[in-house]
Write a protein that binds this ligand. Structure first.
Ligand code: HEM
Ligand SMILES: *[C@@H]1O[C@H](CO)[C@@H](O)[C@H](O)[C@H]1NC(C)=O
Ligand SMILES: *[C@@H]1O[C@H](CO)[C@@H](O)[C@H](O)[C@H]1NC(C)=O
Ligand SMILES: *[C@@H]1O[C@H](CO)[C@@H](O)[C@H](O)[C@H]1NC(C)=O
Length: 473
């Protein structure tokens, strides 16, 4: 009897003092042993190092910690700061394990640029193509990506389409502001999404949302199939029209992106497939309208918080408005608004809209003595660059005058860089210019709930959608 108890005690003791801690230790080091040991051996041969860090628990890695910094603590960049404290200030590259994959976090300007610029060594990888479509430039790879991407970039940045963009966007913005001023309270984010959806849809596909804008908004927030179906009707209509025109021997001139993509040909002289045209139109409207509305929402907040900036902005834009005598702003007019352009850049920097960009290393790559192992995920943490005091003095102050000097190379990458950089950056800047022009010359506004919580996924946004009240001045 006695000895039996004793042996249970002994077993329990053994379990608690040796087996459990051993298991915990194994758990803690499992990923490190599993993923890092082999890499370390290789590093030894090439005289490089694995970036410092820890891969965390088996399977989960540091994912919970990562999410805690976003959702609970509400300070995403402190995930990196905690690594800086542990492993050294000037490393700029750390190892971790997120979402089931060993990962390298990149936050030094030079390495960020290198990763973004080397699309052959760091491939873009989307976990799902469901929302974006498999033929969109966002998800395509290789030569097909290059072909369609350069067409879209050239299309957007030509003078004619830019003029058309301004002519089409301006009335939507002016009208929305007039309507808001008649209401006691407006939730900026969803209202702005309707405005930007109406004009990006008009611009990319020629479809007038009109009074149906709410319906379209829910279509875009819903599944891709439904919205693609609606755009396919438009495509069919145009095909029909162009056939009729061809019969009559008329040339149709290319006007919007949908026409452009329908007519473009690849090296072999073949036209794009219907799926390629539609996926690119759907994803451009989808990504475009949402992201423009996000930065516009933040512009309302930042300008309200900085009355002295708003005053200077107002002065410059009042002058322009007198000069134009009520006519629409042109591209040249906007380029003349020196202070306004600095404000726009500061809004884009402070809004943190692009948190990070994901890549996968297709080969072992060495950088400044560190090894980025083949097959690992690479996270280019762009928002960190924009909030690092080493790159931007007093980064949290909203200071447009900092743009009197250009930021150092690689420290400002809100639209990514290299072959996969954002084709929509001009449309974002022009949209902001129109919005803050008409806002500053015509209205004053209050942010009603300035202590709002910020939601960080998938983009930083005020959780209440930013409630404001707007008054005509
Ligand atoms: C504040 C607004 C915006 C921000 C911060 C932003 C940011 C970015 C970033 C960082 C990338 C690069 C992703 C990567 O390298 O993997 C990107 C790609 C892209 N953006 Fe934007 N963007 C914005 C607005 C727009 C707009 C208005 C459009 C509309 C045309 C657009 C369309 C795209 C497309 C199609 C890509 C994929 C390009 C490629 O993979 O080659 N974006 N954007
Ligand atoms: C980016 O890549 C191109 C072509 O590979 C190269 O010519 C250029 O120097 C690179 N730029 C940077 C900043 O690395
Ligand atoms: C606006 O115009 C006034 C009068 O012409 C001028 O004194 C002022 O400097 C101008 N302000 C800006 C910001 O251009
Ligand atoms: C952007 O990031 C910085 C640094 O993490 C943070 O302090 C700031 O609140 C963020 N801004 C927004 C609009 O989320």
């Amino acid at each position: 009897m006695h000895t039996k108890y004793l042996s249970i005690y002994l077993d329990l003791g053994l379990l608690l003092t040796i087996v459990v801690p051993l298991l915990a230790l194994l758990c803690w080091w499992w990923n490190e042993i599993w993923y890092v040991r082999a890499v370390k051996a290789k590093c030894l041969a090439f005289n490089t190092k694995v970036p410092p860090g820890h891969l965390g628990l088996p399977f989960f890695g540091e994912t919970f910690l990562f999410l805690r910094f976003f959702n609970k603590i509400g300070r995403p960049d402190d995930f990196i700061n905690s690594k800086k404290i542990k492993y050294g200030e000037n490393v700029g590259v750390y190892r971790t394990h997120l979402y089931g994959s060993p990962s390298i976090i990149v936050c030094s300007p030079a390495l960020c640029k290198l990763v973004l610029n080397s699309s052959d060594k760091f491939k873009q990888e989307w976990p799902t193509t469901e929302v974006l479509g498999s033929n969109s430039v966002i998800t395509l790879q290789g030569p097909r990506h290059g072909l369609i991407k350069s067409f879209i970039v050239n299309y957007i940045n030509r003078p004619d389409p830019l003029t058309r963009f301004l002519v089409q966007a301006q009335p939507s913005i002016v009208e929305a502001l007039q309507l808001w001023a008649q209401k006691p309270k407006v939730t900026a984010l969803p209202e702005l999404q309707k405005v930007t959806l109406a004009y990006t849809m008009r611009y990319f596909s020629g479809i007038e949302a009109g009074t149906q804008v709410d319906k379209f908004k829910s279509l875009f927030e819903g599944c891709r199939r439904a919205i693609t179906k609606r755009l396919k009707e438009e495509l069919e209509r145009r095909k029909q029209k162009s056939e009729n025109n061809n019969k009559n021997g008329e040339e149709i001139e290319s006007s919007d992106l949908m026409d452009g993509l329908m007519q473009m040909k690849d090296k072999e002289g073949r036209q794009l497939s219907e799926g390629e045209v539609l996926d690119n139109i759907v994803s451009s409207i989808h990504v475009g309208h949402a992201s423009i509305a996000f930065v516009m929402t933040w512009s309302l907040y930042f300008l309200w918080k900085s009355p002295h900036v708003l005053q200077k902005l107002q002065e410059e834009n009042m002058n322009m408005s007198w000069e134009k005598n009520g006519e629409s702003l042109t591209y040249e007019d906007i380029m003349k608004l020196k202070y306004t352009n600095k404000v726009i850049e500061e809004i884009i920097r402070r809004a943190n809209q692009s948190s990070f960009v994901f890549r996968k290393a297709t080969d072992d790559i060495e950088f400044k003595g560190y090894m980025i192992p083949k097959g690992w995920s690479v996270m280019v943490w762009v928002r960190y660059l924009h909030n690092d005091p080493a790159n931007f003095e007093d980064p949290l102050s909203f200071n447009p005058d900092r743009w009197d000097t250009r930021p150092a190379h690689g420290t400002y990458l809100p639209f990514g860089g290299g072959p996969r950089s954002c084709p929509g950056s001009t449309l974002v800047r022009l949209s902001l210019a129109l919005f803050i022009h008409h806002l500053s010359i015509g209205y004053s506004w209050e942010v009603l709930n300035p202590d709002f919580k910020v939601n960080y996924f998938s983009h930083p946004l005020p959780s209440d959608g930013l409630e404001i009240s707007l008054t005509k001045i």
